[in-house]
Structure formats: structure tokens, C-alpha cells
Design a binder for this molecule. Structure first.
Ligand code: EPU
Length: 423
């Protein structure tokens, strides 16, 4: 599915939703696993299944080809082989996605040098890379930022170290894991992020013959090795954010949904919040089932690194809070400025106050359809879902962001009974 420039979704609210959807592969896992495929540099293939067809993935493929890798894409898998011939990632590509930052770790590891434009990604407040760069320096690379580019070089050799993080940053942990592969000895990451995407990366690396211990805990150990093997296959985990968005949407519209391939343990705190609001949740062999009457109480939550509620679900939770009977307070400790979308919700009739990294959402406020625009993946999603609980018609712009994060987002909603058309 593609959107033409200026295309909009017209969303008419009020329908209860019913049916099933299947969640695709996790975008953020696929991005880092695709970069990790470069650890195999003997020409053999790393074949990744369940890679979602998203525009961020297309950019990743372009970067892989730019540095010399061969990439085969078909309905079933993305196959990455060939050898790296060029260590420059141009800024025109790097600044389209955050995942480009992983070429720093992997190229330093495999090639000992890299020049990579600064990463892009969602506009959700400051997204520094200081922790990435200082970790590379600790491992023995010299890094600097010049003219919009990150330059890195291993002057002697990479040597494993104990690296303790001031915050459990997902990207920093993945980058250290990639860089540590070619470091001499053992690298230990303390206060590591525990997100499922990191566990997925570790599982892929272990298939390559790399010893990784502790992924999913706050202490990860990577043993450096020169023996990395290819000719392997790996299936990307299901996208916990897509699962969470569909569960949350049906919780607020009312109705029933089976989220096939949804992994409950990736979303336990979200399921707990929905349960507190009277929503019925069942874990089944096929996925996660939800039944809701659409009558919700309140959502008081602090967004934290995993296993906390994901920051990527924060906008949909705030949207849901507008429908709650009582007032809600949502605090985001991961991206304290990820609140730009609330002004659009307020234009629809919500009453949301914003103080620093906290929002107070007044309950019982009816939303009314109007023109709104999302400026990142999760904000645009939340605004489409706001349209589903609003009275009248909501026009949502910013659809290019949906393509970055979801395959067939509105088609899946329509299949559940949502009244959405494209204009
Ligand atoms: N941080 C620093 N310095 C650093 C790196 C991070 O201060 O060098 C801070 C960030 O500013 C932020 C916090 O650490 O306040 C957490 O950032 P993290 O590094 O964990 O995020 P990320 O790796 O840049 C990934 C996802 C995001 C997701 C976050 C948190 C990818 C490509 N992106 O970003 O996904 O929100 O982890 O789980 O994996 C999305 O998919 O919509 C999205 C934004």
C-alpha cells in the first residue's frame, strides 16, 4: 500500500470493531537484525523471515546495497549476502531512519572504520547519540561528529570492556553488541535495555556462532570472536507495538479482536492496564484475544523502558484516556517530549494539559471529528484511532508516517469494521 502526496484518511467514528488481525514482524527488530547481517562478511547469506514491508526497511535495504551487500527481497524473506566494499553511509539515507545508527557499530566491528551520516527517525524530542559514541570509544574506536556525519576509526584494535549505561538505551545496547563481536575478549553491558528486540538480535547473533549471554536481562555479555558464520535463517519476532495498538484501539471502540501472533509477555503491563479498565483479555495459542464494552475508567501510567509500558504506545494510551470516565495522568520517562500530538487531540475536543514529561488527560471528554495531522509513526496512528472514537468525520494527514511503521494499517482496521476511506 502506498500513499500519494497529500493523501488523507477520512475516519468516521462510532463503529464497534470485531474480527482478527495478524501482526507482522517487528520493525525495530528487523532494522537491527538487517544491520547485524553485515557481521557475516564472507559472502554467505543471512536470511531473515517475517521482515515487514515498510518504508524504513526499504531505506535499510538501500543502505545495505550502498555499502556493497547483496540484498534479495521476496514475499517470504530478505536475504543479505555479499561483502562490504564501502564504509560510507550517505547522510541522505542515514537521516531518513534511526536504524542507520547501527552501521556505526557493525562497520567499526567488521571494517574498523566508518563514516555515517547522523541518524534520523521520528521527531519525538532530542535523540542524542552520546552513549553510542562513548561506548565505541571505550572499546577502542576514535569517534567524532563532523559536518552532519559520524566518523569512527579503530586505531589499534577493539578490546572488550565493562560498559555501564546511565540509561538502558535500546539503540546503544544493540550497537555495543554489534561492535563487541570483533573486540578482543569479553564485553559486559551493565544496566542494559531488556527489550524483546534485543533478545531477537542476540538470538540471531548466536545463530552466527557468537556467544551472547544475558540478553533480556540488565547484564549482557558478548564474547569477541573472529568466527562468525553465515548460511543461517532467522525469523523476526512479532511487532509488540502493532499488537498493542490494535488491542488498545478495540479496547476504546468496544468490540472483540483476536490479535494473531501477538505475544502477551511482550505487552504484560499494557494488558494489566486494560484489565484494570474492565477489558477481558485471554492468551490463546493463536495470540491475544480481547473483549471490551468500550467503557473505561482511567489510565495512570509511567512509561518506562521494558518491561514497562512502551513509549511507542504512549500516544494511543493518551487517546484512550480521553474516553475514560475519570482523569488520567501519563508520564513518559523514555522520551519526555513525545507529546506533540496532544494539541491535535485537544483540537478534537480533548482536554489534555502538559507539564514537562507528564500529561493530565481529563476524562469524559467527547471527541469531535476535525482535520488533524500526525508528525510521527505513533502519533499518526493515535490520531486515526482518535477518529474511530470521535463523533463525525476526522481527516487525518501525515500518512507517510504510517508507511514507516505498519503494513496495511487502515486495511486491517477496515477489516474489523472501521469506517475509513482514503481521499
Ligand atoms: N539516549 C541518550 N543518548 C544516547 C541514546 C539514547 O540520551 O546516546 C536517550 C534518548 O534520548 C531517550 C532514551 O535514551 O531519552 C531512550 O532512547 P533509546 O536509545 O532506547 O531509543 P532508540 O534506540 O533511539 C528505539 C526505537 C524507538 C523506541 C525506543 C524506545 C528503533 C529504530 N527505534 O529507539 O522506536 O521508541 O527504542 O523503546 O529501534 C518507533 O518505532 O516509533 C520508535 C521511535
Amino acid at each position: 500500500m502506498n500513499y500519494m502526496n497529500e493523501e488523507k484518511l477520512l475516519v468516521r467514528g462510532g463503529n464497534k470493531l470485531k474480527g482478527e488481525i495478524t501482526v507482522g514482524g517487528a520493525k525495530n527488530s528487523a532494522l537491527v537484525c538487517m544491520a547485524a547481517a553485515c557481521l557475516v562478511n564472507d559472502g554467505s547469506e543471512v536470511r531473515l523471515y517475517n521482515v515487514p514491508q515498510l518504508s524504513d526497511i526499504d531505506v535499510m535495504i538501500e543502505i545495505l546495497r550502498k555499502i556493497g551487500k547483496k540484498v534479495v527481497v521476496n514475499e517470504e524473506y530478505v536475504g543479505i549476502s555479499g561483502t562490504i566494499t564501502n564504509c560510507n553511509v550517505p547522510i541522505q539515507l542515514s537521516n531518513k531512519i534511526r536504524g542507520s545508527v547501527y552501521f556505526m557499530g557493525v562497520l567499526l566491528s567488521v571494517m574498523g572504520k566508518v563514516s555515517c551520516g547522523l541518524p534520523g527517525g521520528d521527531k519525538i524530542g532530542p535523540r542524542p547519540i552520546d552513549m553510542h559514541l562513548s561506548a565505541f570509544e571505550m572499546l577502542g574506536a576514535e569517534c567524532k561528529i563532523i559536518g552532519g556525519k559520524m566518523e569512527g576509526e579503530v586505531t589499534k584494535e577493539l578490546v572488550g570492556k565493562n560498559i555501564y549505561l546511565k540509561f538502558p538505551s535500546v539503540g546503544t545496547v544493540c550497537n555495543i553488541m554489534l561492535a563487541a563481536v570483533n573486540a578482543k575478549g569479553r564485553t559486559i553491558i551493565g544496566n542494559a535495555a531488556r527489550e524483546p528486540e534485543i533478545v531477537d538480535l542476540a538470538n540471531l547473533m548466536m545463530k552466527m556462532g557468537i556467544k551472547v549471554i544475558g540478553a533480556g536481562t540488565d547484564r549482557i555479555i558478548i564474547e569477541g570472536t573472529k568466527q562468525v558464520r553465515g548460511d543461517i535463517e532467522h525469523e523476526i519476532i512479532p511487532d509488540r507495538i502493532e499488537a498493542g495498538v490494535f488491542l488498545s484501539t478495540v479496547a476504546m471502540t468496544g468490540g472483540e479482536i483476536l490479535v494473531k501472533n501477538g505475544v502477551a509477555r511482550h505487552n504484560y503491563p499494557l494488558l494489566a492496564i486494560l484489565g484494570e479498565n474492565g477489558v477481558v483479555i485471554k492468551e490463546t495459542d493463536e495470540g491475544i484475544k480481547l473483549i471490551s464494552d468500550g467503557m473505561l475508567n482511567e489510565i495512570n501510567v509511567s512509561i518506562m523502558p521494558f518491561p514497562g509500558v512502551a513509549t511507542d504506545l504512549q500516544p494511543i494510551l493518551a487517546t484512550m484516556a480521553t474516553k475514560c470516565a475519570r482523569n488520567s495522568v501519563i508520564t513518559d520517562f523514555v522520551f519526555p517530549e513525545r507529546f506533540q500530538y496532544i494539541y491535535e487531540l485537544n483540537n478534537m475536543g480533548a482536554n489534555i494539559e502538559h507539564y514537562s514529561n507528564v500529561i493530565k488527560v481529563y476524562g469524559g471528554k467527547k471527541l469531535y471529528g476535525t482535520e488533524v495531522e500526525g508528525n510521527d509513526i505513533r502519533a499518526t496512528t493515535a490520531l486515526v484511532c482518535a477518529g474511530l472514537i470521535a463523533e463525525g468525520e476526522t481527516t487525518v494527514r501525515g500518512l507517510e508516517h504510517l508507511l514507516r511503521g505498519y503494513v496495511d494499517f487502515e486495511e486491517k482496521l477496515i477489516s474489523l469494521g472501521a469506517d475509513i476511506t482514503k481521499k
